[in-house]
Design a protein around this ligand. Structure first.
Ligand code: GLA
Length: 381
């Protein structure tokens, strides 16, 4: 298929002067190009570049982040997210690479829940459970996209209206997810949703990271800090049991930077159930609402550092245990066991069936709002 050149727009955002330093922020830009189609609906690929040359690509199919290039200590840009070159592969093969996850991130046990005395039966797509929104979750729909500039960065807003009853969830849910690439080297995600009937919502992003560069092997040497004293242990269907368990004296203790691989094969029933890490950590939060530090990841070979901040109460750390080398990524390399990891900021899995967990209920008139920031640098703070 051939697309006309006018299809490609380039928004030069111009030059921004900061304070007395008059630092020129030239070159910030957003480009849009055709990215094929899904079920006959054309989709686009957007390239966002910040003032320092950090470049992110995202498509309005699933809101997928297909590429993110950040510098190492030598200033060498490397693509640190797993993914594909074509939308076809995303449709066919993707284990949620880079995608927006909704309506409900992670699992809802037995694919059902009750709200205000009514039971809702959801699509089962993970044994008896519902995972990541069901059979056709937000990772598999075409979003409307609006690109633009924001204070100190470039952004793209994805909008989707999920119909009442979609995948079994009640209420028409109006969702906007905005990605901002800022000039201080952060990737910020703002999630917003409203509903016309009481419902449950838990949105996240499923980017698989490899800070040494996608396709460069396993992530076991990455050092991880999770700001959490407890986690939610799971049963053999990876559904939380409802308790909070201390991380103390367990391989789940990431309160100080520790290599992901250091204890991943330790004899510990929770690691056996997940075939590695695939759990929700309960974030230590200040009493006030707002953004709090969630995680830090340091990759020693490249010196790349990523810090995660969020307004959410939990984070799913998944160590890529379902990757098995059968998927070949964008640079022609197979993604093997544990070749990427996810840090999905979220409410806890199965909250709709766990009255003691923070609530995921959204009612008409209220607005669901959460924010997560991934901050990139090359030095340990
Ligand atoms: C989440 C789940 C995992 C798995 C991955 C995708 O992290 O918790 O069990 O489904 O997504 O493969």
């Amino acid at each position: 298929m051939k697309f006309p050149n006018e299809f490609i727009i380039v928004l030069m955002v111009g030059v921004v002067f900061i304070g007395f330093g008059m630092q020129a922020y030239a070159g910030t830009k957003i480009e849009k190009e055709a990215f094929g189609s899904v079920d006959g609906v054309p989709v686009d690929l957007y390239t966002l570049t910040n003032a320092n040359g950090i470049e992110m690509k995202a498509t309005n199919y699933g809101g997928i982040v297909t590429s993110l290039k950040i510098p190492d200590t030598q200033g060498q840009l490397g693509d640190v997210v797993l993914g594909f070159n074509t939308v076809k592969e995303y449709v066919k093969d993707s284990p949620y690479f880079g995608a927006i996850i909704g309506r409900y991130g992670n699992r809802i046990g037995q694919a059902k829940f009750s709200l205000d005395g009514r039971e809702y039966v959801l699509a089962k797509n993970n044994g008896e459970n519902s995972l990541h929104g069901g059979i056709k979750g937000f990772d598999k729909v075409v979003w409307e996209a609006h690109a633009g500039t924001s204070d100190g960065g470039v952004k793209i807003a994805f909008h989707y209206v999920s119909k009442d009853g979609e995948e079994g969830f009640p209420g028409n849910l109006d969702v906007t997810v905005t990605y901002t690439l800022t000039n201080d080297n952060t990737f910020r995600i703002d999630y917003e949703a409203t509903t016309d009937k009481p419902t449950v919502v838990n949105l996240t992003n499923h980017t698989y990271w490899n800070l040494a560069g996608e396709g460069s092997g396993d992530v076991l040497g990455h050092e991880l800090m999770l700001n959490a004293d407890t986690f939610t242990p799971v049963d053999n269907g990876l559904i939380p049991t409802g308790e909070l368990m201390t991380v103390e004296n367990t391989p789940m203790d990431f309160r100080t930077l520790t290599a992901i691989g250091k204890r991943i094969d330790a004899k510990f029933d929770q690691l056996e159930l997940g075939n590695g890490y695939d759990h929700n950590w309960v974030l230590n939060r200040p009493a006030t609402d707002g953004m709090a530090p969630a995680a830090t990841v340091y990759e020693p070979k490249s010196g790349r550092l990523m810090e995660v901040f969020t307004t959410e109460p939990g984070i799913q750390f998944y160590s890529g245990n379902f990757l098995d080398g059968s998927i070949v990524g964008k640079s022609g390399k197979a993604y093997g066991f544990r070749n990427g990891f996810c840090l999905e900021t979220q409410h806890y899995p199965d909250s709709p069936n766990k009255p003691d967990f923070p609530s995921t209920v959204l009612r008409p008139g209220a607005t669901y709002r959460t924010t997560t920031i991934y901050k990139f640098s090359t030095e340990l703070q």
